[in-house]
Design a protein around this ligand. Structure first.
Ligand SMILES: [Zn+2]
Length: 258
């Protein structure tokens, strides 16, 4: 039984590598506003890639991180996104075994992970939130959560709280420090967490992580005080933490109070 489980966890890692590779491609094409269909190509020289140059992680190693045609460096983003997605998928599967999740619930985890990878990379590279991904992803998330038994009213309320939290900041700071995209992300978080306690935790953690990262960057003089950090990267990190450990953190917190 143990061997079987390990095999499936490894299989999910490989599956995650492939999805990670797809996410890399999707991120680039969304940014360039191209169709998602069509063969992969080198972003530098435009040469279409052979299938064997498209194998997650392995191709990067064999090509020593350079394009076969123009010898231009391939971004570390590609293998990193693949490996991280692989690890997160493997962990989700392990988590689903531990918690007795259904196949559809596991799919929900895979989907939220994919969304947060897209948001993370997009905001880190271009200071942008891909709003259409958030909207289309949000609709699927809402449908799944209704299917899992969440009430529509709870979902809408949570979405309202999430979006108005960032919306108010947007109004107060007049769009400095917070972008329109973050308001959409607030709504997405509400859709993912109809349980308002989890929503609040996810927002709270975003600022804790953001504060810690900013402190480290300032101490090591990588960034100056007052320089802008993309909020979306902290939101996506917080999203993953709350997705897996949110219930336990909330229970632990309330056990401290009462
Ligand atoms: Zn090239």
């Amino acid at each position: 039984m143990f061997l079987m489980e390990s095999f499936f966890i490894f299989f999910m890692f490989l599956f995650g590598l492939i999805i990670g590779s797809f996410l890399n491609c999707l991120i680039w094409r969304l940014y360039k506003e191209e169709t998602v269909l069509g063969r992969s190509y080198c972003p530098k020289c435009g040469q279409e890639l052979k299938w064997y140059d498209n194998i997650p992680v392995l191709s990067f190693i064999f090509l020593k991180g350079r394009c076969r045609f123009c010898n231009d460096k391939i971004s570390w983003q590609y293998p990193l996104v693949e490996i991280i997605t692989g690890l997160l998928f493997a962990f989700s599967y392990y988590f689903s075994l531990q918690n007795g999740l259904s196949f559809l619930e596991l799919f929900f985890y895979f989907f939220v992970i994919s969304l947060s990878v897209i948001i993370f990379v997009f905001d880190l590279r271009w200071y942008l939130i891909p709003v259409w991904v958030v909207i289309i992803g949000g609709i699927l998330i809402i449908s799944l959560n209704i299917f899992f038994g969440a009430s529509i009213l709870n979902i809408l309320l949570s979405m309202l709280i999430g979006s108005s939290f960032f919306g108010l900041q947007y109004l107060i700071t007049r769009g400095k420090g917070i972008g329109e995209g973050d308001i959409w992300l607030g709504a997405l978080f509400g859709a993912i967490f109809p349980d308002i306690k989890l929503l609040i935790l996810s927002i709270f953690l975003t600022y804790i992580i953001g504060g810690l990262v900013a402190m480290v960057l300032i101490i090591f003089k990588i960034r100056k005080i007052g320089s802008r950090l993309p909020l979306g990267i902290f939101l996506s990190l917080s999203l993953l933490i709350v997705l897996f450990f949110g219930k336990e953190i909330v229970d632990w917190y309330f056990s401290l109070i009462f």
